[in-house]
Write a protein that binds this ligand. Structure first.
Ligand code: SF4
Length: 342
């Protein structure tokens, strides 16, 4: 009978310890195994270093590293790279590497597709093919050629993280643990369109940053762009974010995708200011990236600057996110595994 080999990627150090303990190995051996996978990105167990020979023999029989490489890639003019992964079970999902000076960000997917159906998002129109495991999420960071450089991780690729919370929380744990990728939780941001119970659990269970996609500060408009508004109104999400005792350095923010004549009027600005003012929530203004299913245009740079200026003089911390990778359909809202990458 063929024994199914355990995959090390996706396991915590305690779970690796459970695997090797019956053969007399210790927790520090488990940490060395985790380091080989998460810090050194070694996909072949025979190349693992700083572990006893007997452990290597035992592991080679019982396990595989679990690292699998992208199926395809496409490079943007701005040096962002979009990768296409295909899991053993056939799920396809995309990952974007974004270099910016000393900052090297990986934008990971949490699902293949998405079931939230946001009008402005290509992923939403692609449909839902399945949740990614914690291993498949972490693999997107350690299996790309730039893995050694990564300083930041954002959960802003395909999928709604709060719709796959268990795997997202485990991935955050592996990414921030000393025995794992050892990134600071301050450098990890999880994005959501607003699933209230998931957000509550996430804020309690993780120290990572969170950003909430608002789209419009008016309920009747938001419901047209983000169907989840019908179930979890944005006011309740903002109330929860405001009540939450934010530890030093942790960022809770609102992402506001700006679309010309849709959500960038003065009344939108006034309302945006009024719902965020007086809290520690930051506002991140994002240009809209048009795709064929939602025929609108991004607000102009001047309009975005105007919003930023007015937010800042109202005492709200605000920034404008640069557009990256739009020529390869790698920018926000464009991931749908149907772009030139194939
Ligand atoms: S914006 Fe996010 S939650 Fe909405 S459809 Fe796109 S991927 Fe899903």
């Amino acid at each position: 009978m063929n024994m199914v080999k355990k995959r090390v990627c996706g396991l915590t150090s305690d779970e690796i310890f459970d695997l090797i303990r019956p053969d007399g190995f210790t927790i520090s051996h488990a940490v060395s195994v985790a380091n080989n996978v998460y810090k050194k990105h070694r996909s072949d167990i025979s190349l693992f270093e700083k572990i006893p020979k007997m452990l290597k023999v035992m592991l080679s029989t019982a396990a595989v590293s679990g690292i699998f490489f992208p199926k395809n890639e496409i490079v943007s003019e701005d040096k962002s790279v979009k990768y296409l992964f295909s899991s053993e079970s056939g799920k396809e999902f995309e990952t974007v590497y974004i270099p910016e000076g000393r900052r090297h960000t990986v934008c990971v997917s949490t699902q293949s597709g998405c079931r939230m159906g946001c009008a402005f998002c290509a992923t939403g129109q692609y449909g839902f093919k399945g949740n990614l495991t914690s291993a498949e999420i972490v693999n997107q960071i350690i299996a790309i050629p730039q893995a050694d450089k990564v300083t930041h991780v954002v959960f802003m690729g395909m999928g709604e993280p709060m719709d796959n919370l268990e795997n997202v929380l485990k991935a955050c744990k592996i990414i921030t643990a000393e025995w794992g990728l050892a990134l600071s939780p301050r450098n990890v941001t999880v994005s959501t369109v607003g699933i209230l119970p998931g957000i509550e659990e996430f804020l309690k269970a993780s120290d990572c940053n969170m950003t909430f996609s608002l789209f419009s500060p008016f309920t009747d408009e938001r419901v047209k762009g983000v169907p989840m508004e019908k179930i979890y109104p944005f006011q309740k999400i903002l109330d929860l974010m405001k009540q939450f005792n934010v530890r030093k350095g942790r960022r809770l923010s609102v992402a506001y995708m700006m679309t010309q004549n849709v959500n960038d009027t003065d009344s939108h600005l006034r309302e945006l200011i009024s719902i965020v003012k007086g809290s520690s929530i930051r506002v991140n203004l994002i240009p809209y990236h048009p795709h064929f299913r939602w025929q609108n245009f991004s607000s102009s740079k001047e309009r975005m600057q105007y919003f930023k200026h007015n937010l800042v003089i109202s005492g709200i911390s605000a920034s404008i996110r640069k557009s990256r990778g739009s020529d390869i359909a790698a920018a926000c809202g464009l991931l749908a595994t149907g772009s030139p990458i194939r």
